[in-house]
Design a protein around this ligand. Structure first.
Ligand SMILES: [Fe+2]
Length: 385
């Protein structure tokens, strides 16, 4: 038996943002808190301006929280909640990549649950329905617009801890993926978010909870990313590549929302908490090392990944074909300009034991297809240096 959760309605394709106003109206919203970051809000006629224009056309009032930081903090949630309450908002519209979506979910949780947000870290601990959330996505990667995961950084401890609140109640009611909002994003951001999407798809494809539906969407995501990420990074205005990456990110999100992830995300969250490292970069550097560690759990699936990524596995043994998946991941990462190791990203050897301990406790560690020890995770961090 398995379940398959996605937002109630998912819009994807050129011009999809135009439906945001009417959808908020259908949901009964009167005043929306638009949750975003300062950069997106400052772009004239950018994604935020477009969303607000459509909301106003539909008769929805708007208040803003634009203080979301990358790797959103509990303090961002607190600040956003104050505006949500002071302005008497009754719904949340998130605009951006993973950070605004996660922060918006955090505000929704804080608005409907007592105590500290951290009390709800874990699986299915939310007790009350959240306000309606409509998520307008602007990067092809994190896929928080279609997931039940809310990732927040706890800032009242040193070093900060990134934690995950996993609950079906976190699912936005509506997701919107419009590639026209993604055109022209910087190549570094496109590469990092695209490798995050690949990590979602690969981890979901080999995880313990993979099922036929998650496998179907993960496989299609891997093919699309292998066939389009290089092009989207090389020329940000390649609309076909952008559209395919938007679609791939959405599918990869649906895959991991249901099949779960593994040690790559469990470890990457620590790099985010300790060093504020961009999530996609952390994943991309760790991915080949963790999957090499996981390889023996399912050689057939890794051989399939190799083929999906364009490798010729004809005539190879299953073991050699599976190895080709790792080669393909390393080559794609290199082609889109991801740094080759954690050391050049400022990671210190002395932090590795603490990060490995915390990674083992991360909500994503439990579904990794090979069960390792804290020592194994230390070794994987070292291999990735
Ligand atoms: Fe991710």
């Amino acid at each position: 038996m398995y379940d398959f959760l996605v937002p109630s309605v998912n819009f994807a394709g050129k011009g999809a943002v135009e439906v945001v106003g009417e959808r908020c109206k259908i949901l009964g919203g009167k005043k929306a808190l638009v949750v975003t970051d300062k950069v997106l809000k400052s772009i004239e006629d950018g994604p935020v301006d477009k969303v607000v224009g459509h909301l106003k056309d539909a008769g929805i009032d708007v208040a803003f929280y634009d203080g979301v930081e990358p790797n959103p903090r509990d303090t961002n949630v607190k600040d956003g909640l104050k505006i949500y309450k002071d302005e008497n908002c009754d719904m949340i519209v998130t605009v951006g990549g993973g950070s605004p979506h996660d922060c918006g979910k955090g505000i929704g949780i804080a608005a409907t649950h007592d105590g500290d947000l951290y009390d709800y870290a874990g699986i299915e601990l939310l007790e009350n329905p959240l306000p309606p959330i409509v998520a307008v996505n602007t990067t092809a990667g994190t896929a928080s617009e279609v997931t039940r995961h809310c990732v927040v950084t706890k800032t009242d401890v040193e070093p900060n801890v990134k934690y995950v609140i996993v609950s079906w109640r976190n699912l936005p009611l509506v997701s919107i993926n419009d590639p026209l909002l993604m055109v022209g994003k910087p190549s570094g951001l496109t590469a990092a978010t695209g490798m995050d999407a690949l990590t979602h798809a690969v981890e979901a494809y080999v995880t313990l909870n993979a099922n036929p539906m998650s496998d179907a969407v993960a496989a299609q995501a891997i093919k699309l990313i292998a066939g389009n990420l290089r092009q989207a990074v090389a020329y940000g205005h390649n609309i076909e590549a952008r559209e395919n990456m938007a679609y791939a990110s959405l599918l990869a999100g649906m895959a991991f929302n249901n099949a779960g992830l593994g040690y790559v995300h469990a470890m990457a969250h620590q790099l985010g908490g300790f060093y504020d490292m961009p999530h996609g970069v952390a994943n991309a550097v760790l991915l080949p090392h963790v999957e090499r560690f996981n390889l023996n759990c399912n050689l057939k699936k890794f051989a399939e990944i190799a083929e999906m990524m364009g490798e010729n596995i004809h005539g190879l043994s299953l073991r050699d074909a599976a190895d080709k998946a790792i080669d393909a991941i390393v080559q794609l990462s290199k082609d889109v300009g991801i740094p080759s190791g954690l050391a050049e990203l400022g990671v210190k050897e002395e932090d590795i034991p603490a990060m490995a301990e915390l990674a083992m406790k991360d909500g994503n560690a439990g579904t990794n297809p090979v069960s390792g020890t804290v020592k194994d995770l230390e070794n994987l961090f070292r291999a990735a240096m």
